[in-house]
Design a protein around this ligand. Structure first.
Ligand SMILES: [Zn+2]
Length: 161
C-alpha cells in the first residue's frame, strides 16, 4: 500500500505518513471462522461446531464394513496360530532353491482372491510376510506351479462343495 501512495505523490512534496484505515471492528473468532467457511464454499454450518463437509465421506457399504471387520478378526486369529507363524511363500521359495530367509508372517495371502465370500474364507488363507505380499502376483506361473496361487479358472471363484 505504501508504495502505491508514494507513486501518486509528486517527487518534491514530502512523503505523506501512512494513512491508517479506521480501526476494524473486532471480529469474534467464531464469526471469522464461519465467514471463512462460507468463503471456501462450505454449504451448511450447523450449531455445535458441526460443519458440513464439502465432499461427503467415502461411502463404504455397511455389508462391506461388516465383512472387513470380520476379516480382520479372522486374519488376526489365523496369524496367531503357531502353524501360521512363518511366511509360507518364503518357505516354498526357499524349498525351490531361492536363497532367502524365512520371515515371520504378518499378512494373509488369499490363495484364490478375496472377492465376496472369499475374503473371509479361512481355508484359502495363506500366511505371508510383508515382502512376499506381491510375489505370487508378480510370478503367477511359478506361484501356480508351487501351489501358492489358484488356477485362473478358480481365481475369485468360491469352491462349490
Ligand atoms: Zn515371505
Amino acid at each position: 500500500m505504501a508504495t502505491m501512495i508514494r507513486a501518486s505523490v509528486p517527487a518534491h512534496l514530502p512523503i505523506p505518513r501512512a494513512v491508517f484505515p479506521e480501526k476494524k471492528p473486532k471480529v469474534r473468532l467464531r464469526d471469522w471462522f464461519v465467514r471463512k467457511l462460507k468463503r471456501e464454499g462450505t454449504k451448511t454450518i450447523y450449531a455445535h461446531n458441526q460443519i458440513a463437509r464439502k465432499k461427503p465421506m467415502k461411502k463404504i457399504a455397511r455389508s462391506r464394513r461388516r465383512a472387513m471387520s470380520e476379516y480382520f478378526a479372522l486374519s488376526t486369529k489365523f496369524l496367531l496360530r503357531p502353524e501360521n507363524a512363518l511366511c509360507l511363500i518364503c518357505k516354498v521359495r526357499r524349498e525351490h532353491g531361492e536363497n532367502i530367509l524365512i520371515q515371520a508372517a504378518t499378512e494373509v495371502h488369499h490363495f484364490a482372491g478375496r472377492i465376496g465370500r472369499l475374503l473371509c474364507y479361512v481355508p484359502f488363507f495363506r500366511p505371508s510376510c510383508r515382502g512376499c505380499r506381491e510375489w505370487p502376483h508378480q510370478h503367477p506361473v511359478k506361484a501356480r506351479e508351487w501351489g501358492l496361487l489358484a488356477l485362473p479358472a478358480q481365481w475369485n471363484v468360491f469352491p462349490k462343495d
